[in-house]
Design a protein around this ligand. Sequence first.
Ligand code: ME8
Length: 511
Amino acid sequence: MPDRFFLTTPIYYVNDAPHLGTAYSTVNADVLARWHRLIGDDSWFLTGTDEHGLKNARAAEEQGLTPQEWVDQTSRRYIASWAALDVSNDDFIRTTEHRHHLSVQRFMQAIHDNGYMHKGLYEGWYCVSCEAYYPESDLLEGRVCPVHERPVEWLTEENWFFELSRFEQPLLDWYEGHPHAIFPDSRRNEALGIIKGGLQDISITRTSIDWGVRVPWDGAHVFYVWYDALVNYITAIGYGEDPERFSKWWPAAHHLLGKDIIRFHCVWWPAMCLAAGIEPPAHYIVHGWLLVGGEKMSKTRLNQIDPVELATDIGVDALRYHLVRDVVLGSDGDFTYEGLIARYNSDLANNLGNLLARVAAVVGSKCGGIGPAPRPAAPSVRLSEVAAEVVAACRDAWQRFAAHEALEATWRLVRAANSELETAEPWKLPPGPALDAALGDALEALRIVAVLVSPVMPGAAAEIWARIGLMGRPDELGSAGENGSLGWGGYPGNLLVIKGTPLFPRRTVDS
Ligand code: ME8
């Protein structure tokens, strides 16, 4: 039976358009989803928008729109941006949808009925950008939020509390039983540190704002935006609505998230699940920040880069490649335009693009455009050996959420194919077995590379596939599963190879 892979991204606030930081999360999730489809896992990939809360309501007010008008407009920008970046989500959830309101109310009612809520007075320092209260000790000098470096506000309200304090031990027990629940390990330690540091009950409803999901047992309140948001992950798979579907995907969930929202995901959310009587999600993948000039790219810092504009400039595949190849998942990475161009030129223009161009050119000039078949795999057929090693390395890397290593490995095959061509110099060979061997092996390497890069560069992979004359797609469901297309020898030969224009024309920073 195939493994199940239910993957989620954070749902983004719609107080502004997507930026390269949120695109970084979404693209990383997309490449994982695509890999898991490729190896035949039964997969479901969810993203969406977080549309309630003060932050979104204030953004609407600033624009002179109702909150609903504003979120309708901005969530469309997310949908369009992800489509432009070739994101292959199976569902897009909006927290203003009816299905979500129902699910939040059911879930919270269960927590309430299980006796984990009480009413009380809450006051504290609140950061509107984070939609979170901060203890005085966490604030930076001048009472500013540690994440946004903006002044916090003092809020006082009577609201409902979730008794998080009762979950210290249950959470520690759960994490002990699930030692690999958080990737990477350093983030697991951080989450355990928060829990061991002591958990306070948290206020989960608001009366000061109307824009949210109404509390079913106390109509003067709406749920605090974070509480409503986290529930999106189960709304989308039919919580309380479709038990069969829900039990298919839950708790086999992988939540991908940035390191800024660990507390909510790895402490609050599993406690809420336990309180509501469901299992916590199985797995969290925590990534670092994309920095610009050493600072987190964010809406409030005004250092945002529009990912779609960038993709229009350099190409969707190239942008996706750079984000995945140059930032190790789990660590921070600095984004520079120069870095993007350098990676583009070295790996895409000079290596992969060049390999495709020279193979197609020689097949055109020496074989009448008809690609020969590769030689059978053997120790003496160097590319078959390199390909086997690279495919194994890729599988292992993807398993460890190290897509950058999978790409690094794939380029060993690209470079080996280029160097074999330089040694064999097929452009100097007369027609015959030596020429066919050199070109057939190179075409087969290109075929395998197309499959291996398809999660990251779906467009370029499909183009390579088509140009070497293959039917179908390199990313067909399950095609990299056992007995799939990653074994040596899949290129049948006798196919029409198309020369085409350069796949990745060389760039200078200014061009
Ligand atoms: O926190 N680098 O939404 P949000 C890398 N709605 N990732 C970044 C980034 C950067 N510079 N900036 C943003 C919220 N992200 C809540 C989430 S989930 C139930 C609710 C990514 O719009 C990163 O994954 O502020 C971060 O966790 C997420 O966007 C936060 O997006």
